[in-house]
Write a protein that binds this ligand. Structure first.
Ligand code: SAM
Length: 198
């Protein structure tokens, strides 16, 4: 059992009951997918499919490109891989294309865009390699492929096990001419959202 997921669900339920404001990566994905009705979604760091499910449940026909190294166990829990995620997404009604790219995203993402140079994505979630360098490589590998008006999300800005806030700050400086930003450093482990300008 994923105890972190159980704790997360009960926190969300509690916030709904108390009416206290709260948003995290999953909430942001759900909200953005609902407003944008994306045609496609790229995720680096899929794990058990929680965040992919937020988009898939909201936009069932969305086409998903799913990148993961399937490190297992991850956070003390099995990370079973594509078949499990496929089942989970079917369970929330996903009917769109779902393609997995298994391996280190430092290599698989550039390989993907070398083969698909004109492809852009309405929503991109970077939540894979949590090292400073790995996260930076992922962010900069996907940034130019976020569609105009589309969104790039980045998680764990304040997670004490990582040091990703400076990585996000660096991204904001380097890509500030192409994106507008909002973030929440208060709830959960901190979430950054960037919207690609037209
Ligand atoms: C934090 S979990 C993703 C959680 C998921 N987005 C969610 O919220 O439900 C991180 C995932 O990234 C994967 N990962 C870690 N390093 C990676 C790398 N270099 N390339 C691809 N995936 C990686 C792990 O296997 C793990 O499944």
């Amino acid at each position: 059992m994923d105890t972190a997921l159980v704790a997360w669900s009960s926190r969300i339920e509690n916030r709904i009951q108390t009416g206290e404001q709260y948003w995290d990566l999953a909430c942001a994905l759900r909200q953005i997918a609902s407003a944008l009705r994306p045609q496609n979604f790229l995720e680096i760091g899929v794990r058990l499919g929680k965040t992919s499910a937020m988009v898939a449940a909201t936009a069932p026909e969305v086409s998903i490109a799913a990148f993961d190294l399937w490190i297992s166990p991850y956070a003390g829990v099995d990370n079973p891989g594509p078949d499990f995620v496929r089942q989970q997404l079917a369970g929330v009604g996903h009917t769109g294309e779902l393609v997995f790219f298994s391996g280190d995203s430092r290599h698989t993402v550039p390989q993907y865009f070398a083969a698909n140079p004109d492809r852009t994505f309405d929503i991109v979630n970077v939540d894979g390699d949590h090292s400073d360098e790995g996260a930076w490589v992922d962010l900069t590998n996907v940034a130019e492929y976020v569609a105009a008006g589309g969104y790039l999300l980045f998680d764990d800005l304040t997670n004490p096990q990582h040091t990703l806030l400076p990585v996000w700050r660096r991204f904001q400086v380097q890509y500030g001419d192409r994106f507008d930003f909002v973030e929440n450093l208060k709830d959960h482990y901190g979430t950054g959202v960037a919207r690609r300008r037209y």
